[in-house]
Design a protein around this ligand. Sequence first.
Ligand code: AMP
Length: 400
Amino acid sequence: MQLDFNGKKALVRVDFNVPLNAEHQVTDDNRIRAALPTIRHILDTGGAAILMSHLGRPQKKRKEDGSIDREKFSLRYVVEPLSDLLGVPVQFAGSTVGEEARAKAEALEPGQVLLLENTRFQAEEEKGDPDFARQLAALGDRYVNDAFGSAHRAHASTTVVAQYFEPDQRDFGFLMKSELEHAQKLMEDTSKPFVAIIGGAKVSDKIQLLDSLLQQVDHLLIGGGMAYTFLRAQGGEVGKSLVEEDKLDLARQLLEQARQKGVSVHLPADSIIADAFSNEAGHRQADSMSIPEGWMGLDIGEQARKAFRTVILDARRILWNGPMGVFEMPNFAEGTKAVAQAVADATTQGAFSLVGGGDSVAAVNQLGLAGAISYVSTGGGAMLELLEGKTLPGVAALED
Ligand code: AMP
């Protein structure tokens, strides 16, 4: 960061969209940790930090009476873990803008930290409202965006606010910069084979990603629920596995496009099939092209794990997004774990690997393999859009 923070108040958009349990305890503090280098830098160079973030979807998940759940989605429960991690007591403003926020921001001294209440408590946030953005901007004299996970949203605090700061008063934070550099490295590096492993529930969520990857990769490994639409499109009997009937033509087109480009598409030869969508369901292994009626594929089978591992170990560049099965259920988590291990082993052998997206990142973390991956992204949707070749509004706002 080139900005001078000495004696200045930096308004910092962070991504503190962390999971909280029923007792309001933060159950995974990775996103808080990821923002620490930027906050520390501001404090160490003589500045004060005013932090803002969203948490969950308070506008969508309203209470029965239609009001916003200011308890469930409050950022005040982040104050304690943040203070502990930072080693600095963090102040809290119960509003995002308005009198309390203004007064507390005004009184902030160098070395101090203020966290504002959830930006999404204001409907103006997601609308990218300029007035709301101007009120936020008035709280600080520098703007830093370190919320990579929200950079694909043109919201007031992630994008619109930047225009109220001169180019020499605003910048990317360290996390944001690192995410962008690693994504760029993955896409611009020319080492081959380039292997993309794509999983997750639906083809429809990842059409553009698949389309974009087909222009670049040598091998495309497809697992998770979306594999069954491709298997069905090739005439497979997939029982009651997840199939998007309206995407069968698209799946055929993608496979044809891959053939023309010389990209090898690998679908799971076998699956762990279950007679119900439950961890307790009866399950066994089966050929993915002939899953009996009434059964569904919930994980990739052993043959598929071996085949995927062979391709992954041969890679020089790896992108992984999305689980290979219903990772949340232990009986269907093994395929995802095997892929995580293979990506880590390939990285140890010298490949560059980037893992992005909630469940694949969770798998890597649960297995303690994060240190063995070249880069574990904090941004699911934002990383996907970046890899699809899109310009992220939060990034563009700082580059203009
Ligand atoms: P995504 O957010 O698109 O990466 O999808 C993640 C979700 O896909 C997880 O909740 C998984 O449970 C789900 N998923 C993965 N494999 C399957 C499958 N074979 N059948 C149904 N859902 C799946």
